[in-house]
Write a protein that binds this ligand. Structure first.
Ligand code: B12
Ligand code: SF4
Ligand code: SF4
Length: 414
């Protein structure tokens, strides 16, 4: 019986067929590194932060660092060997109390939000793409992760800096929001559990054996949005996710309904603002046995070719989403009320809220900022394609995509 059979079915996805475990080598970064999405994307991934020392320091795996891979925190974390398990196991008579304690400790170590679910093997990669050589792991090794529980954690990024996207400011904020808490917290939480005498593994930067989004949805951290990411009630999708898997006895959380299903059906703001048309306006599709909204990964990735050294991570769908705004009482209240409204009445409540979101934050939230020596003021885009006469605009000045009108009905033939 799959682990997910015991939990309340979430609304933003449905299991409709068998799920195959994904080989990490099939995932997009590995495909790009093998050149499967083209030579230009391969080169841009290799040299993405070449000209900027700060960007190189906060967000690369060492390849571009002229001072060597030891200047990359990310590289060092991914190669840190896993610690041993304390031989004397502390007895756990009350898994509910232990779950509360683990959540408190995770927050103390730096997590903004924490939830626990059973580790569904469907979301454990089948083979690894990289590996920690100190632990004897090699690319291509099968992954065996028999742990019973997944402790899922979210770490927020600063909305104001995200709003400068796409820029060096949003890039460094995106990378640092990961390291500021994520690397330290997952490492320390796993170490703490091992010191209590139970096996535990940290899945974070450069070294993960699980897909964090479905686990976090099942752990009740939020729901899956149209843009393909987990949306949390307070932080939206400006949350980085990390997981610690373990056998420490814990009680699990249930998936939540915070109305994302109802909001995403009407809103479509991410689909309208996505510069590469990668987010669907249409219905959910079935991918690997799961009915869900799915983005076009290849076009989203190739959008990075438009960066021309000015940024490396696109965050437009993240900042556009109405759930992602700065924490404020009216935002919290609107979200809480939505959960209380019966399903058929929700659209009546959602439409005016979306109208207000557009009015206050704009159709495509963007902010000019000077920070850390960067200035994200729009610059004229210079195209390097010989003979191109198109008028290129920075993404923040581009017009929104229109919601496609439904297909015209065929007239009945007599
Ligand atoms: C490769 C990768 C990318 C690629 C491809 C994205 C993709 N959709 O696969 C590119 C470069 C395009 C990308 C872009 C971004 N990414 Co990215 N990315 C990853 C990475 C490392 C692997 C994803 C993967 O394995 N994809 C292959 C298959 C599994 O993809 P898929 O079938 O389309 O399924 C996707 C979802 O439907 C969901 N999913 C898969 N199976 C199931 C099953 C169920 C039941 C459910 C509910 C969901 C679900 O997970 C997949 C990832 O989105 C993950 C971290 C990780 N280990 O998972 C981060 C991750 C998904 N990215 C993240 C972020 C923030 C971004 C960006 C905003 C910024 C950026 N890095 O440029 C954009 C947003 C694009 C978008 N709208 O999704 C976060 C999302 C956090 C969140 N709140 O959900 C993650 C989880 C990193 C992290 N640890 O926090 N990313
Ligand atoms: S990250 Fe950018 S290109 Fe990718 S889906 Fe989001 S808005 Fe579109
Ligand atoms: S922008 Fe709107 S449609 Fe897109 S994920 Fe957020 S709520 Fe859903």
């Amino acid at each position: 019986m799959p682990a997910s059979a015991n939990i309340k079915p979430p609304r933003t996805y449905r299991i409709v067929g068998p799920q195959r475990r994904i080989d990490e080598r099939e995932t997009p970064h590995c495909r790009v590194e093998r050149g499967e999405l083209g030579e230009r994307l391969l080169l841009s991934r290799k040299n993405r932060a070449e000209t900027d020392a700060l960007r190189r320091t906060v967000g690369t795996e060492g390849r571009e660092l002229k001072g060597g891979p030891c200047n990359s925190f990310s590289k060092l974390m991914s190669q840190a060997p896993e610690g041993g398990v304390h031989p004397d196991r502390i007895p756990v008579s009350n898994p509910a109390a232990m779950a509360l304690k683990i959540k408190e400790v995770a927050r103390f170590f730096g997590a903004n939000v924490v939830g626990i679910t059973r580790l569904d093997q469907a979301y454990v990669y089948s083979h690894r793409a990289r590996g920690c050589s100190a632990d004897g792991e090699k690319p291509g090794d099968p992954i065996h992760l028999p742990h019973r529980y997944a402790i899922c954690m979210g770490f927020d990024g600063d909305y104001n800096r995200y709003m400068t996207c796409n820029s060096h400011i949003s890039d460094v904020e995106y990378q640092m929001s990961k390291f500021r808490h994520w690397a330290v917290t997952t490492f320390m939480l796993a170490a703490y559990i091992r010191e209590m005498g139970y096996p535990a593994r940290a899945h974070g930067q450069g070294r993960t054996e699980v897909n964090p989004i479905p686990l976090a949805v099942n752990a009740g951290l939020g729901e899956l949005g149209r843009h393909g990411m987990l949306i949390h009630e307070e932080y939206g999708s400006r949350l980085h996710l990390a997981v610690v898997t373990t056998d420490l006895p814990l009680t699990v959380d249930e998936p939540v309904d915070m109305g994302v299903e109802d909001v995403c059906k009407i809103c479509m703001k991410c689909a309208k603002t996505c510069p590469t048309y990668s987010i669907p306006f249409g219905d959910k599709v079935v991918v690997n046995g799961v009915e869900k909204w799915a983005i076009n990964v290849d076009t989203c990735y190739k959008g990075r070719l438009a960066a021309r050294g000015q940024w490396t991570n696109c965050l437009i769908c993240t900042v556009s989403c109405c759930y992602n705004k700065r924490s404020a009482w009216w935002h919290t209240l609107a979200g809480r009320l939505l959960k209380k409204i019966p399903l058929p009445l929700r659209p009546l409540y959602i439409r005016p809220l979306l109208w207000m979101d557009d009015l206050i934050w704009g159709n495509r939230p963007w902010r000019h900022m000077k920070c850390l020596g960067y200035d994200n003021a729009p610059v004229p885009v210079t195209c390097t394609i010989p003979g191109c006469i198109a008028k290129h605009k920075p993404p923040e000045q581009k017009r929104l995509h229109k919601v496609p009108s439904p297909k015209p009905r065929l007239r009945a033939t007599q």
